[in-house]
Design a protein around this ligand. Structure first.
Ligand SMILES: Cc1ncc(C[n+]2csc(CCOP(=O)(O)OP(=O)(O)O)c2C)c(N)n1
Ligand SMILES: [Mg+2]
Length: 431
């Protein structure tokens, strides 16, 4: 696998090899990509039709397994994971999915406020990457951040309480859905502005390197993962940070969760070259495309990308092709995406795929997985009860950590909090 990374990195960038196809490398997991021949301006080819055409080249777990079995007569010696690893991945994905389903219920019952963006369908990315990390490693997320925080170890109680705006939340109820933060677990946010987290992650990676090389702290080998979406890759911060990270060989992995949509804008219509992974080699770092609906493949790529960062070899850009099973946020009726496209990805549910893999390979039985489902149901129920019973922050906490002059901002000329005015949020964008 490392050989595939080395191949990508060491090639000189010429027009001939600019479009490197890592499928030709030695690993079936690393960097396979489609040769997109899409013209976003061609009206005869709708984005969704193009997406459907691409699916033929997406490799499923079962294909990889078949391939491995062909190479070896021993079916058990060549499994992609151990039973313990499989159970850990399964439990983490079920935790993410069940948590988000509960969020939807609580949101529609008016228990949480503001915008809530769910992660259903994308679990293989969070689990495949974050479960490989150590506690000291950092994760930087977006507004779709609950599941990243959970995978990193932030207890469900703290995340749910944060969503309920309670003092027991991981930000004492001051952050809400889009701003998960945990000093203890090194979750550096939750960011509502797209691309805003990428420089923060780059700074965290710089800190690790500075500590090791300048302050001579030999144990400072922390890795930072920056998660962000396909739409965000058209923002300037993305390019600036790729440049800095490559220039300074920072211990960071840029993880693009390409769910094909930025709110209602198709990735294929918005991006001049939709193959995001290619931007890695353009900056002198490996760029990898992976099937983000397949936790085992994501993990295989993540193992190498994280190890590369930890041993001081620098950053990697990983594009995970995935799909969100719900609308952009819980306020989005999700009427723009083609039902056929949604149905297609529903058949590629990453949790069902891992479950089938483990059962087909006799790593686990149904009863063992059901026991995990039940345990997680209890964890989520408990998180809701805990959040419900927790106190609301005092009003005096409202302006804590607000650095702008509260007069005119939080407090009006009459000395009252502006948020008490029923018209306070009038005119605010609803996305
Ligand atoms: C700087 C900035 N510009 C615009 C927005 C409005 N906005 C909210 S979500 C979003 C789309 C982001 O899409 P993507 O990066 O693909 O992430 P996804 O929602 O698909 O996870 C936009 C443009 C924003 N939050 N921040
Ligand atoms: Mg997107």
């Amino acid at each position: 696998m490392s050989c595939a990374f080395a191949t990508i990195q060491s090639l000189p960038l010429t027009p001939e090899n600019h479009s490197i196809n890592p499928l030709k490398t030695s690993s079936p997991f690393l960097g396979f990509t489609r040769h997109l021949r899409l013209n976003p301006l061609d009206n005869n080819k709708s984005p969704s039709a193009s997406i459907r055409r691409r699916q033929s080249s997406v490799v499923a777990v079962s294909d990889v397994v078949k391939e491995k079995k062909l190479k070896s007569n021993s079916s058990l010696s060549n499994l992609l994971i151990t039973k313990e690893e499989g159970l850990e991945l399964y439990e983490d994905m079920v935790l993410g999915r069940t948590f988000e389903d509960m969020c939807a219920q609580m949101y529609y019952r008016g228990r949480m406020f503001g915008f809530v963006h769910l992660y259903n369908g994308q679990e293989a990315v969070s689990t495949g990457f974050i479960k490989l990390l150590r506690k000291e490693d950092c994760v930087v997320s977006t507004y779709r951040d609950h599941v990243h925080a959970l995978s990193k170890g932030v207890p469900a109680r703290q995340v749910m309480s944060e969503l309920f705006g309670k003092t027991t939340g991981c930000c004492r109820g001051q952050g809400g859905s889009m701003h998960m933060f945990s000093k203890e677990f090194n979750v550096l946010g939750g960011f509502a502005f797209i691309g805003e987290g990428i420089p923060v992650a780059t700074g965290a990676a710089f800190t690790s390197k500075y500590r090791r090389e300048v302050l001579k702290e030999a144990d400072s080998d922390h890795v930072t993962l920056a998660f962000f979406g396909d739409g965000t890759c058209n923002n300037g911060q993305f390019f600036e940070c790729l440049n800095m990270a490559a220039l300074w060989k920072l211990p960071i992995v840029f993880v693009v969760e390409n769910n094909l949509w930025a709110i209602g804008m198709s990735h294929l219509r918005a991006t001049s070259d939709p193959e995001i992974w290619k931007k890695g080699p353009a900056f002198g770092m490996p760029g990898v495309h992976v099937d983000g609906m397949d936790v085992l493949k994501v993990r295989e790529v993540a193992v190498e990308a994280v190890a590369r960062a930890r041993r001081g070899d620098g950053p990697t850009l990983v594009e995970c092709e995935t799909y969100r099973f719900r609308g952009h946020s819980l306020a989005d009726p999700d009427e723009l995406r083609d039902p056929a496209e949604k149905a297609h990805y529903a058949t590629r549910d990453p949790i069902a795929a891992l479950k089938n893999y483990m059962i087909e390979n006799k790593l686990v039985n149904e009863a063992e997985l059901k026991a995990i489902d039940k345990k997680i149901d209890e964890v989520i129920e408990d998180s809701v009860e805990f959040a419900d019973a927790s106190p609301l922050p005092p009003r005096s906490q409202l302006l804590e950590n607000v650095f702008a002059d509260p007069k005119g901002f939080g407090i009006g000329p009459d000395g009252r909090y502006r948020c008490e005015d029923p018209k306070f949020t009038e005119g605010t964008a609803h996305v």
